[in-house]
Every structure is written in C-alpha cells, then in structure tokens.
Design a protein around this ligand. Structure first.
Ligand code: TRP
Length: 352
C-alpha cells in the first residue's frame, strides 16, 4: 500500500448544505486527490436515530442525492470509492469485535452522542447510539483508513477509533494504522437564523443544490444585528451571520471590508449587504450547479459508482476481516474444532 488511504462520509439523511461544505466537504475536495479515497454512505449510523421503514425506504434516493452533491462539490469520481455501509455485513462483524475494546463510561463521555439522542427526541440513550463511535471505528479501520477528514463533532469519534486501533494492536499485534483526524479549519457555520449550527432539520440551511431564487430568499430572510433597526444606526459585524457568510464565501475581500466599515458606521443598509452576499453565494454555487447538471444528465451513473464502489470495498473489508480473525486467534479456534470434528468423523465412520 503506497498511497495512504482516506475515509470519510455521511449518513444519508438528505441533501448536503453550506454547513456540510464548510465543515467537511471543502477538506475532502482538497484532500481526495492526494489519497486513495473512500466515501461511506453510513446508513447503519442513520439507524441509530432514524430506523422506521420510511427512513430506510429513503436510503437509496438519499444516497444518490448525497453522492451527487459530493461530486458536484468537486470530488473526482475517478479518484473516490463510494460505498453503502449496510451492504457490507463484515463491517458489523468488526463492530462486534471492537465493542470489547472500549468501555461504556468512555463512550458516555463523547459529547455529540447526548446531543444526537436529544435531537432525536430519545429520553434514554439507545444502545446502538452509544456504540456509534465504535461502528465508526469499524468503518474507518475496515479499509485501514489513515486519514479522516471530518467536521468538528466527529473529531471526538475518530479519537475513539484511534484508541480502539491502539488497543487492538496492543492485544493482538499490529493490524491497524492509527488514523489521523483532519478537522475543518473553519468553525461551524451558523444557520441563516443565527442559531449555532446550520441544519436541515432546524430549517436554517442553504442546500448546495439550491437555485438562485432559493438562495436569494434565504439570504434576504437572514438574521442580522437585532439591535439595528435602520440603515443609519451603527451595526455590529462580529457574530452577525450575514458577515460570517461574507467572510467565508465572498472572495472579494475589498468589498467585504468596505461593507463592514460602512455597516459599523451606519452607512449601509442590510439589503445591500444581503444583495452582495446573494451574488457571492451564487458565484460560489455556480460551478457546483454546472457539475450537478452534467451528472444528472446521465441517469444511473451515480448508482453505478455506488454499486461498483461497494463491491470493491467489500472485497477489501473481507481481506481485513481474515487478517483480524487470524490476529485474534479466532481462525485457529475454529480450525481446532474442525480438525477434531473431522478426526472424530473419520474414526466413527462405518466403512462402506
Ligand atoms: N459520523 C458521520 C456523520 O456524522 C458519518 C460517518 C460514519 C463517518 N462513518 C464514518 C465519517 C467514518 C467519517 C468516517 O454523519
């Protein structure tokens, strides 16, 4: 294995938005050329909070949309392997083995899990959700991933992966790399309503697939400085979502500086600041829209990528499982049983 492997991905719960872009997709686009790259469609992880027949019925469609979004964002399909987690049962086998390499209190200290339980309206922690980071370790290590670009929330999960890899290697011999986390440099993107995080379920997101009119509507409705009732009142730029977006998505630094200066001095209206943001977002999204149109012009293309990627990944994962079972001594346990059984069968066989 000469080129290091990268593993990353998302649960197939809907279209990706600007928050995903800032939180992890930008990093993936930048990094995927440099590594042998795997993108997981983590539908088993989705089941930890959403497991109705309806949720599961949407997996195939959501997977297709999600992969389309990732490709449209700039990932080259020739350099990435996409796979559907639930189609690789060996991932579950690895998860079962890894469950013994981490304690319950350790998992209870992972902050994101409590948030996820609360957001999903669960009063008590589901067993599977507590094990979310362990399953994620199985995802990463089943292909021996060495580099994991993730959003901020997931950095704590990858820390659990690192511990599991070290623990496994210590107990059974060097099988796994201890993967590096690459967290996004940009802090979490605020929602259009000013809430801490952009999220589709909060209704404060702008999808990467949004058309120009939708972007405009979302921007015009954005939360700004609540104390500023008129354009001639000096406003606050810090913590103002409209300027947070300008900082990230508007490459025209001179324009942004000018807007900030006039905003602070009470010499620009919110409308102008927002108009310019809508233009900047359109410029940012236009190449993504063009790539999406090309992908969507070829129906079946994305499914073919996912299918072939899953077959290829399954092949890799099976090899890892053989190695894991050997290292742990499970292979030899069964070999002993088989040998003794065969000997017994021979000894007791009635001659023909
Ligand atoms: N936990 C990720 C999310 O928040 C999805 C995921 C599952 C993942 N397995 C992974 C990310 C492995 C990176 C590596 O949706």
């Amino acid at each position: 294995m000469s080129v290091a492997r990268m593993l990353t991905g998302d649960r197939p719960t809907g279209r990706l938005h600007l928050g995903h872009y800032v939180g992890s997709i930008a990093n993936r686009v930048r990094l995927h050329q440099r590594y042998e790259s795997f993108f997981i469609i983590a539908d088993l992880h989705m089941l930890t909070t959403r497991n109705t027949r309806e949720d599961i019925g949407r997996v195939a469609g959501n997977a297709r949309e999600m992969v389309t979004d990732i490709l449209a964002a700039g990932v080259d399909p020739a350099r990435a392997t996409f796979y559907l987690q639930s189609a690789i049962p060996e991932v579950g086998d690895l998860n079962t083995l890894f469950q013994n390499l981490v304690t319950v209190p350790r998992l209870e200290r992972v902050p994101s899990l409590k948030d996820m339980a609360r957001d999903a309206g669960k009063e008590e922690m589901p067993y599977g959700l507590l094990g979310y980071p362990v399953l994620q370790a199985a995802d990463i290590l089943c292909v021996k991933g060495q580099v994991v670009p993730v959003g901020k929330d997931n950095a704590a999960h990858v820390e659990v992966t690192r511990e599991i890899a070290r623990r496994f290697n210590h107990l059974y011999g060097e099988v796994f790399p201890v993967p590096e986390t690459i967290a996004a440099e940009t802090p979490t993107l605020v929602g259009t309503d000013g809430r801490a995080k952009m999220s589709k379920s909060l209704g404060n997101a702008i999808a990467l697939s949004a058309d120009s009119a939708t972007v405009r509507r979302a921007v015009m409705g954005m939360y700004t400085d609540p104390n500023r009732i008129r354009a001639d009142v000096p406003g606050t730029v810090e913590g103002n979502p409209v300027f947070a977006y300008h900082d990230i998505f508007n490459p025209d630094r001179a324009q942004v500086d000018d807007l900030k200066e006039r905003y602070r001095a009470g010499r620009v209206g919110d409308v102008e600041v927002k108009e310019k943001l809508a233009v900047a977002l359109d410029r940012f999204l236009d190449p993504i829209r063009e790539r999406r149109a090309r992908i969507e012009a070829e129906p079946g293309l994305v499914d073919q990528l996912i299918f072939e990627g899953t077959e290829r990944t399954r092949h890799e994962v099976r090899q890892t499982l053989v190695e894991v079972r050997r290292a742990m001594g499970l292979t030899s346990a069964y070999t002993q049983v088989r040998r003794r059984a065969e000997r017994h069968r021979k000894a007791t066989a009635t001659p023909a």
